[in-house]
Structure formats: structure tokens, C-alpha cells
Write a protein that binds this ligand. Sequence first.
Ligand code: FE2
Length: 261
Amino acid sequence: MVKAFIDLLYRYALRLVRIPNFTPAHQAALARALGRPKDETRKEFAVPDFPMICRLGNATDAAGRPTAFFNRQGEEWHSDGAGSGDVNGITMLYALDVPRQGGETMYASLHTAWETLDPATQARIRPLRTLHSFNWHNDKILRLSPGAAKPLSAAERAAIPDRRYNLVQTHPITGRTLYYVSPNLVHEITGLDETERDELVAQLIGHASASHRGYRHLWSPGDLLVWDNNALMHSATDVSAYVDDRRLLHRSFTVPPANAI
Ligand SMILES: [Fe+2]
């Protein structure tokens, strides 16, 4: 059963399961079946007794205090795990409350992006390496979304060091080529100054996320999306679309074993 689920996950990179009443215990069990779940970085928003599950969205308590992590940046393409070195991590996102409009999640295939890239750009980016920095990114979130989360302690920051990756990669399980870039985290690209870095990242993200190649998921309560972060990047959408409605999802992140398939 789990093997069949994983086979389909790597074949299609994204799976939607409609499953009402999927509890945190169910999510934790599936996360463990897929590999090694990681505890959430923003511990104040972890589901009680489930440190691997984070509450995401604009939910608040009766006093208006946030009870979920709410990143107000909206569209921001990335792969989960790019900041922690878990390039091939699997994300699960389960919808509890969804707004009447907006709040979609967008997906783009990094394989399709590579395969449809022009040969000159393929040759240009093949030797490049990137530096992805979670702390640089997180500092930016806290500046742009004041009060969204507690600043990390020095020990928590040190536990997430900057990571260097090849820009062009071979997927460790499917063997397909892709380019791996999380624009929110890319602090450096070898040999490029900041302007060149930003131009190349914008070109690669614009190409990958072109709407005719991507998928935009309109959530319903009870939707569970599971995806392979090495094959796909994803993005939220404009948060101003649902200011009067509550949005709450449960996220977990699992590092699969090396022999996942
Ligand atoms: Fe994400």
C-alpha cells in the first residue's frame, strides 16, 4: 500500500487525496511511513503533541493572536527543504479551513522546466552552483511580516547553515534532470553579481512557473496534497484575496529513505 503510494508519488510528483477527518495522528503515521519526519522550525505553531505538524494560515484565537504561521508574502516560489539540505523531502499539506476565494497553492515541474529550456541557457547554467540561505530568507520574512513568528535563537539559526547545491541536478530516484532553485533562499550563484543573480533567477522561475506549464490547486476542506520537492516547486498566492475568511492547513515534511522506490 505505502509502496504503491510512493511509486505514484514519484511518477507524478504530486498527489491529491480527498480524505475527510484526516487527523494529526493519521498525518503523523503517513509521514512516518514515507520516511523520517522533521520537527517544525516554528515550534510555537506546531500542533500540540505533534511537533512534526505545523499549523499554516491566518487562524487566530479569540483575542486575535495568531495560532498558525501566516506568511504574508503571497507568491513566492520555492522547494521545501532547500534551506535545510533536504532537497528530496516530501511535503504533506492538509486543508481544514479554506477561504471562499483565493488561497490556492501553485505548482511547477522543475523537470519540464529543464526540458523546455533553450539549449544556450541549459549550457550556461549547467556548471553553476547556488548558495541557499534559510536564515537570510527568514530574516526577510520577519521584516515583511512583523510578528508572524518569533525570531529564531542563535542555536536554532546555527542548526540551519547555508547550503550549496548544483543548479542543475539529477533526481536521485527518477534519474530525470531538473534545475533546482528556490528564489526566496538563493543568496549567491557562482560567478554572478547580485544583478546577474536576480536576472537569472527571475528568468528560471518565470520559465518554470509559466501558467500553461503549471498547476494551481483550489483547496477544498479535506484535501491532502503530497509532493516531491525535488521535482516540483510551489508557491502561495496573494493573501489579500481572503482577508475576511479563515485559512488553516496542517503541514508536515518527511525526508525519504535513500532507497525510496
Ligand atoms: Fe512551502
